[in-house]
Ligand binder design. Structure first.
Ligand SMILES: Cc1cc2nc3c(=O)[nH]c(=O)nc-3n(C[C@H](O)[C@H](O)[C@H](O)COP(=O)(O)OP(=O)(O)OC[C@H]3O[C@@H](n4cnc5c(N)ncnc54)[C@H](O)[C@@H]3O)c2cc1C
Ligand code: FES
Ligand code: FES
Length: 552
């Protein structure tokens, strides 16, 4: 029977009651026993026989382990659905939630779900190892979208899924059938309805303009080719889901009525797992266990524990502490709780750029661009802002931007005292920040930009999607009108990937302040940047000349 193993121990800390730890998997209720805090969701799913979810990389990079998590969001007052990498999700982090795996979507026995059918018809699977992950990413997008997604959203949602044999074109083509479109070609239009000169491409079933000439000049797209007798082009209109006889799994009513409770559970090797629901309880736990690791997405801690074999004794899941989840639009800027997930932050940025004056949201636009190239969707759906900041990775994509944008961090200690520090002064060294063991990051304040104040992001990686940066940067410049000229009144330029910490280009800043905003300033600034951002021949990470070329 799963429950809080030792309620007496919980009482003096949180004073909150508890009960069975429960999880639903594909509509089936499961009580989670105590003692499994060391397990990932993936290990649990495969242990109970759901082996459709695969273990590929085990570090959030391939998407083979993708499942959909649903839970009731108390603030939004609705169920939210999103894709996660089960290989990084701690089992107890999904307590009180509903997990849908590929087995819960559709099967050959009960009929393939349209997402599965479309992939099969488009030849989007070969060895099939990656296939459940692709299916779940697409399925989660459809379940979470109120309107049909755009083609761009479909491509974005697959950025965290890798396929090593099929190639991405058939996979993307298979899923584009679900994209928002008013194009009649995607309904019941037959090729005879197409305008003259247009064809249905046999490989995709879509209208295509290539007229696909074979090597000998013959048109190969037309049904009248020699292939006629042995090849029937697949039309997307055939993927109508009529073979799918299962009902879509609903959100379990028990979970709608059931309020989350604080948790205290255990795992192998004396590992303790806490889930406080109030800031007071969290601070008491932090006072009792100063070395405890706070966990939200586990995309850093999980890698440290599993791949780097670092042993943490106490993990505190802070994903449900309300004070750490605030997202407030204020007169002077945006207040962002440290546990806010990157996908939520992205949505908020998109909302404010539509609602506020254009000059106020230059930082928000830079963050939107940077988050676009930050990991895959499954990671962004769980990874929090505070986790990225406090890890203080020298290649963090967001820390140079927080610094450049003039963000302030609010820090709270075990006694509830709050202090504020400029992001610029928070990073002290390699993965070292200005936090004592009794302190945690509470929230981030991002000020609106002023007229003539501009923030810009930069990221260079080996590949565009889902890759860590070789060099990245955040830059801000505030210009003032002086007569006919625009003069730099304030600025901050911060580079990542060039030093043990996100590095501020101090001399460059000093040089440009007070100067006219023109070509001459740019040429001068580049000279100072070479001094500020100095990479030795043997700098860690290599590729010194290549990396330098981005700074100058
Ligand atoms: C596949 C993959 C791709 C990635 N791609 C990128 C990328 O493109 N760019 C990039 O910058 N990063 C990337 N990362 C890094 C990672 O996703 C981020 O650092 C993430 O934001 C961490 O958030 P989390 O919630 O998962 O942190 P967790 O692992 O849960 O916690 C991380 C650390 O932060 C501490 N912490 C968390 N909250 C607080 C708080 N409130 N106060 C004090 N300490 C706190 C924890 O104690 C822990 O030490 C990637 C990671 C993976 C696995
Ligand atoms: S196994 Fe590769 S992302 Fe989980
Ligand atoms: S079909 Fe083999 S990895 Fe994708």
């Amino acid at each position: 029977m799963g429950s809080l193993k030792n309620e007496e121990e919980m009482e003096p800390i949180g004073g909150e009651s508890s009960r069975d730890a429960v999880l639903y998997v594909n509509g089936v209720r499961r009580v989670l026993p105590d003692g499994l805090a060391h397990l990932t969701l993936l290990e649990y799913l495969r242990d109970i026989g759901l082996t459709g979810t695969k273990l590929g990389c085990g570090e959030g990079g391939c998407g083979a382990c993708t499942v959909m998590v649903s839970h009731y969001n108390e603030v939004l007052k609705k169920c939210v659905h999103y894709a996660v990498n089960a290989c990084l999700a701690p089992l107890y982090s999904v307590e009180g939630m509903h997990i849908i795996t590929v087995e819960g979507v559709g099967s050959r026995k009960s009929g393939l779900h349209p997402v599965q059918e479309s992939l099969a018809r488009s030849h989007g699977s070969q060895c099939g190892f990656c296939t459940p992950g692709f299916i779940m990413s697409m399925y989660a997008l459809l379940r979470s979208s109120e309107l049909p997604p755009t083609e761009e959203q479909i491509e974005e949602c697959l950025a965290g899924n890798l396929c090593r044999c099929t190639g991405y074109r058939p996979i993307i083509d298979a899923f584009q059938v679900f994209a928002k479109t008013d194009d009649a070609f995607y309904t019941n239009t037959s090729s005879s309805d197409l305008q003259s000169g247009e064809f249905l491409c046999p490989s995709t079933g879509k209208p295509c303009s290539c007229k696909s000439k074979g090597l000998n000049g013959a048109e190969t797209c037309k049904k009248s080719t020699a292939n006629e007798h042995n090849y029937e082009p697949v039309s997307y209109s055939e993927v109508d889901g009529s073979t799918y006889t299962d009902k879509e799994l609903i959100f379990p009513p028990e979970l709608l009525l059931r309020k989350l409770t604080p948790l205290y559970l255990n795992g192998f090797g004396g590992l303790k797992w806490f889930r406080p629901l109030k800031i007071q309880h969290l601070l008491e736990l932090k006072a009792k266990f100063p070395d405890a690791k706070l966990v939200v997405g586990n995309t850093e801690v999980g890698i440290e524990m599993r791949l780097k074999r670092i042993q943490y004794k106490v993990l505190i899941s802070v994903a449900h502490v309300p004070e750490l989840n605030v997202l407030h639009v204020k007169d002077d800027g945006l207040e962002i709780g440290a546990a806010v997930r990157l996908s939520e932050l992205l949505q908020m940025f998109r909302k404010v750029i539509n609602e506020r004056a254009a000059h106020e949201t230059s930082s928000c636009k830079a963050f939107i661009e940077q988050i676009k190239w930050f990991a895959g969707t499954q990671i962004k759906n769980v990874a929090c802002v505070g986790g990225n900041i406090c890890t203080a990775s020298p290649i963090s994509d967001l820390n140079p931007l927080w610094m450049a944008a003039g963000a302030k961090f609010q820090i709270i200690d075990c006694k509830g005292n709050i202090r504020t520090i400029m992001a610029e002064n928070f990073f002290l060294g390699y993965r070292k920040v200005d936090l004592t063991s009794g302190e945690i990051l509470l929230s981030i304040f991002l000020p609106w930009t002023r007229p003539f104040e501009y923030v810009k992001e930069f990221k260079q990686a080996h590949r565009r999607d889902d890759d860590i940066a070789i060099v990245n940067a955040g830059m801000r410049v505030f210009l003032e009108e002086k007569g006919e000229d625009l003069v730099v009144s304030d600025s901050l330029i911060v580079y990542g990937g060039v030093a043990p910490l996100s590095l501020s280009a101090v001399k460059t800043k000093e040089f440009i302040i007070g100067k006219n905003w023109d070509q001459e300033l740019l040429q001068g600034a580049l000279k100072f940047l070479e001094i500020d951002i100095f990479l030795k021949e043997d700098a860690p990470g290599g590729m010194v000349e290549f990396r330098k070329s981005f700074n100058t």
